[in-house]
Design a protein. Structure first.
Length: 176
């Protein structure tokens, strides 16, 4: 396991960059009524990537964006996603907390939900897209780069958790 320690140190170094770059942006994130854990993004993720619905028995049959937006189950899950993202953003100064949160998320999605890890990259891209639209005037290139780094950090930690539990890529469901 000696190689793992070196990787963890590298992860910590990469975590510092989003922390310092996003620290000035935290008011945009947490205190704004349009972002944070109580304001989930629209159903765009499921509209643009309908294959992701296969993991959600409660709303995998829905096709209309408005129906998805109104779904209590989808809203509940979206709020959990945004809550986890909020925890990560608020704790960028604490790499161990960030790592712990993302490891829990990754392991749960690998072991319990059997979600392909690529969906984390896709979803984080959709969230970034929504943030950029919501804050078009307050989202300069340096802020975009910081959020892109955060997106990479999240994906890196989640995929590390998948590897840790011995994730084997699932065979796509032929009916979806």
């Amino acid at each position: 396991m000696s190689g793992g320690g070196a990787e963890r140190e590298g992860d910590r170094e990469s975590e510092a960059a989003p922390s310092s770059e996003l620290s000035a942006q935290s008011p945009m994130w947490g205190s704004n009524p349009r972002t944070g854990p109580d304001h989930p993004p629209p159903a765009r993720f499921f509209v643009n990537f309908p294959s992701a619905k296969q993991y959600f028995s409660q709303f995998k049959h829905m096709t209309e964006p408005l129906e998805m937006e109104r779904s209590p189950q989808l809203r509940k899950h979206a709020c959990r996603v945004m809550g986890a993202l909020n925890t990560v953003v608020e704790n960028l100064h604490d790499p161990e907390k960030v790592s712990s949160v993302l490891a829990l998320v990754g392991k749960a999605h690998a072991l319990k939900h059997k979600v392909e890890p690529v969906y984390f990259k896709i979803l984080s891209g959709v969230i970034l897209e929504v943030i950029a639209e919501e804050f078009a005037n307050d989202f300069p290139p340096e802020t975009q780069r910081a959020w892109a780094k955060l997106r990479g950090l999240i994906y890196s930690h989640v995929t590390a958790a998948y590897k840790e539990v011995g994730w084997v890529q699932q065979v796509p469901n032929a009916t979806t």
